[in-house]
Ligand binder design. Structure first.
Ligand code: ADP
Ligand code: MG
Length: 614
């Protein structure tokens, strides 16, 4: 064979580059609007027709271009933003690769009109593919207007690949919002088919966020502010009660550029731990400012990813900044269990002797017992309850044995079926059960109503995590006397067996049975009576997106197993059991929500009651 390597024409290589930079109309909007921002504009208008298929036009009042630059700007690697590789280390502009206009003009009809600030006349040039018109002198406003028509006219496969107008418009709006949010001092306008979608006036960031997402957002935002040598953190995070079930309103900007960054996202989410379920997503608009030489944004053609040199430090700082902000604004739930209890003794006869409240629930007690906890929790809430409740000493056995710390189903003593809310007249009310589902008792602030099953799930969940679920099996696992075969489809059996190395660390030991199915050799404590449910949970977790992430997997399995192992919702509880459960709940790190984010208790203050009784 002879020589076969040829250099691609500029037109072809531009088309190839366009495949990376311009995926859809929204990418054109992003590139053009970023250029307008880089040109120091104070007003930017985006006009769209048919969700960008027919037209994307961006008009700015920035510095404009000379006639020569108007020709140059379409050339590949033509940029006014960097001159040398070192300049990459001090980037302050959005663009720097000099690829966008070359790429866009390779796959669309582009018309540019631009007039430099102070120049008498502007220039116009029309470019499509390799065809370039002569520059023409025109009268136009100062600044620049790019019209991009008939996107992908020469790449039918890409054109056909576009989604519905609704979807494409959604992408355009996303890109527009990201840039508008990062630059609140610039006016932005977006129109589709002649109708205004956004008309944003310059102002403070909070105003911009509210203008984009609606006035209801104002009360939902908690400001962030933290400045260190490594990073400056600003912006807003949302109050947990307004979190959504879907991700969406989450924005992270680094040096004014919107990026996606798994680790930083995780830092923010970690700060919400305990006040928000993993199934919910808080809104956030977080700005990080770092020394441009310590961040690399040149790792992806659309520059949506970035690499921080000091990512671990920034992770820690970001997480604590968000945590502090939530705490400062009193968003995390707080209950005062220290104050004295005010139990109404109205129905106690004046002659009866009332003993001092004596029961102290050991709030540091946890069924899974971890010495770390009892020491760090010396300041955790202590609840003292009046009345005749006694803490059953069995329940205080901190070893994780077959009674599962007293709360596994199999650990329950047979409970007297007398409804426990029939309270002797001479006895001060302490705990009673309502509808077999709720525990009702009093605390200093008023009446607290606790969903017992959810409380139990929280206790088991933290117990699993504290006992080293996913790391060390010694405290979690319980060997079965005889391996127990489980019936299931062979694909499912195979999936479980494939994961068996990992599952071993979770105290679940599986083996292949003689017929190719699964048999269970050891199981996490408390789940022995629920083998099938336990394996179903594992299959559910395997299907969950979090499986590949070690921490996500641990939390998911702990949550599912806590659900599997928890008491049924109509379980009748003795006073001792209720008392112990409350003690354990409030010894938990996050007593307010169950592992799935549902609220565990509610408090009726005397003010609430008075209002209701008015
Ligand atoms: P980059 O933004 O990476 O430099 P582009 O292809 O997006 O590459 O733009 C090429 C050059 O064209 C820019 O560096 C800039 O000098 C010029 N340019 C593009 N858009 C504008 C605009 N709206 N106003 C002024 N100059 C512009
Ligand atoms: Mg650019």
């Amino acid at each position: 064979m002879g020589d076969c390597i040829v250099q691609l024409s500029e037109q072809v290589s531009n088309q190839i580059a366009a495949g990376e930079v311009v995926g859809r109309p929204a990418s054109v909007v992003k590139e053009l609007v970023e250029n307008a921002v880089d040109a120091c504009s104070t007003e930017i208008t985006v006009l769209i027709k048919d969700a960008g298929r027919t037209l994307v036009q961006v008009i700015d009042n920035g510095k404009g271009m000379s006639a020569d630059d108007a020709v140059m700007c379409f050339k590949r690697h033509a940029t006014s933003k960097i001159y040398s590789a070192e300049d990459l280390l001090a980037l302050v502009t959005k663009g720097f690769r000099g690829e966008a206009l070359a790429s866009i003009s390779a796959i669309a009809h582009v018309e540019l009109k631009t007039r430099e600030q102070g120049a008498e006349m502007g220039v116009k040039i029309v470019v499509s593919g390799a065809d370039k018109s002569e520059t023409e002198s025109v009268a136009c406003a100062e600044g620049t207007s790019f019209s991009v028509k008939n996107l992908f006219y020469n790449v039918p496969a890409r054109r056909n690949f576009l989604k519905s107008d609704r979807v494409e418009l959604r992408h355009i709006i996303d890109e527009f919002q990201r840039i508008a949010m990062a630059h609140p001092s610039i006016s932005f306008r977006l129109q589709n088919n002649g109708a205004d979608l956004f008309n944003l006036k310059p102002g403070a960031l909070r105003k911009r966020v509210v203008a984009i997402f609606g006035a209801k957002h104002d009360e939902r935002l908690v400001p962030l502010g933290e400045e260190t040598d490594v990073v400056k953190i600003s912006g807003f995070v949302g109050k947990p009660s307004f979190a959504l079930r879907s991700r969406g309103e989450q924005f992270l900007f680094v040096n004014g550029r919107y990026i996606r960054h798994h680790l930083m996202h995780k830092a923010i989410m970690k700060a919400y731990e305990g006040v928000l379920s993993p199934a919910h997503f808080p809104l956030y608009t977080v700005f990080l400012e770092v020394d441009p030489s310590k961040i690399d944004v040149n790792i992806h053609p659309t520059k949506i990813e970035a690499k921080f040199e000091e990512d671990q430090i920034i992770f820690a700082l970001l997480r604590s900044a968000v945590k502090r902000a939530l705490g400062r604004h009193n968003v995390a739930p707080s209950l005062d269990f220290d104050a004295e209890l005010s139990i109404s003794l109205d129905n106690v006869s004046s002659t009866s002797i009332i003993s001092e409240p004596t029961i102290q629930v050991d709030s540091s007690y946890n069924p899974f017992h971890s010495s770390k906890k009892s020491s760090t929790r010396s300041s955790s809430p202590r609840i003292s309850f009046g009345g005749g409740a006694l803490v059953n000493s069995d329940l205080k056995d901190p070893t994780l044995g077959n009674t599962h710390g007293g709360w596994g189903n199999e650990g329950f003593n047979e409970i007297d079926a007398t409804p426990s809310h029939v309270i002797e007249a001479t006895q001060a009310p302490s705990f009673f059960q309502f509808e077999g589902k709720y525990i009702v008792t009093t605390i200093s602030e008023g009446l607290i109503i606790i969903n017992a099953r959810r409380a139990h799930q929280r206790i088991l969940y933290e117990g699993f995590l504290d006992a080293g679920l996913g790391n060390s099996v010694s405290k979690i696992s319980q060997k079965l006397l005889f391996p127990e075969p489980v019936q299931m489809a062979s694909v499912e059996a195979q999936r479980l067996l494939n994961a068996s190395d990992i599952l071993n660390l979770y105290g679940l030991e599986l083996a292949q049975s003689y017929d190719g199915g699964v048999e269970v050799v050891a199981i996490p404590c408390g789940l022995a009576g629920k083998i099938q449910d336990c394996l179903d949970s594992v299959l559910e977790a395997l299907n969950d997106g979090t499986w590949s992430d070690e921490e996500g997997r641990r939390e998911k399995l702990a949550a599912l197993w806590a659900r599997t192992g928890s008491i049924p919702s109509k379980k009748i509880l003795s006073e001792e059991e209720m008392s112990a459960m409350i003690g354990q709940l409030f010894a938990c790190e996050s007593p307010a929500v169950d592992p799935f984010g549902k609220k565990i208790y509610t408090v009726f203050t005397s003010k609430n009651l008075e209002e209701n009784l008015r």
